[in-house]
Ligand binder design. Sequence first.
Ligand SMILES: [Zn+2]
Length: 255
Amino acid sequence: MIVYGSRASTMSQVIHENLPCNHCETRDQHRMTIFGKYAHIFWIPLFPIGRAAVDECGNCKKTIEKSEFNTAILDAYQQQLADTKRPIWHWIGLILVGGFFILSSIIGGIASATYEPEPREILLNEQIELLTKTPDEADTLTTKLQSFLNIMVVEEMKPQDFKYRIALDDFKALVLVKIPRLNMLDEAVYPELLETVETVLTSQKDLESKDLYIGIRGRSSMEMAKTPADTRYGSGCERLLYEFFGIEDQSVPVE
Ligand SMILES: [Zn+2]
């Protein structure tokens, strides 16, 4: 629930001598109070939204609003108003919001100026582009992984829609699987799924002596990543796979 509305605070209060009162028809001191109204959200002032004034007769104690002021009282009001300043805190919400936007655009500017695509991210994206439903039959490794998963995965997951990409170098293998209906699965079974893929792969002779880098994607992003040293799930986990292309910036071409 958002709490908002308007509030008022006293900006000035002055005793004016010898003013005529319309009610008791005598001259006496009058106490004039000028209020500043402001819009607030959750009681934090946002910006000013006008003024109000109240005059109290020292004799009959009758209080009147600005619309009822006689000429003499109105003059006193105008004089007092000239010396009345609105406190800066009536603007505090707008100042904070403005400051926040200025600051975030500065930070955003700095961030975008210093962002350079990580070379290994580009290399990984190139591999992701190569994911395919119909691997070349000569690519026995991918074909085997596909036929295993076709058998092991339940029909509802539509294993025929899975896409695959395996890249190798002398010491490492990058294995990517895209599962369009991954969101059907409870995340609790992700480790099991990852293990299934890994088990299929480690049983292959070609991969026996290689370090495995496994990435499993859902429809649009990497959801699981496993390297010899680490396993991660969820957004950003694909960074783990960068290591396949080299440590830090030393990117290594892949066959
Ligand atoms: Zn009076």
